[in-house]
Design a protein around this ligand. Sequence first.
Ligand SMILES: [Fe+2]
Length: 154
Amino acid sequence: MLARVTALGSDDRKILVAAAWLHDIGYAPELAETGFHPLDGARWLRTAGFGDRLAGLVAYHSCAVFEAEERGLAAVLRSEFGDEESDLRDALWYADLTTGPDGQPMTVRERLAEIRGRYGPDSVVTRTWDRAEPHVLPVAAGVQGRMLQARHPE
Ligand SMILES: [Fe+2]
């Protein structure tokens, strides 16, 4: 749905859908190297031949660099993968952060509250989102604006 209502080109739409399916693959126990799923998933995708672009999108999905900083892995993440900081990347973050654990639609604020509730106040994940929320909210607003523009072009 998101891929259809953004102004992304057809190749980018395909990459967005692939990244949406694969972004959490690093949670698979057999892929764990560092225990940080964006990095583990990106490494596996690169090694498996999915390409640097998809690997980079997975490596940096949904403000992952903030959690990498919390875990002391930011330098490793940056040395191995690039963050393309594009509309496509923002759309991937938006899709992740507007979908609940069971696939239910949520607002970004609801999703962040759900994450904080699931991990608890002392978690590295909650600390991450306390720092990342001011960064991600404008990203989400930008995606919503582009979706509106794509639906109702002037
Ligand atoms: Fe994730």
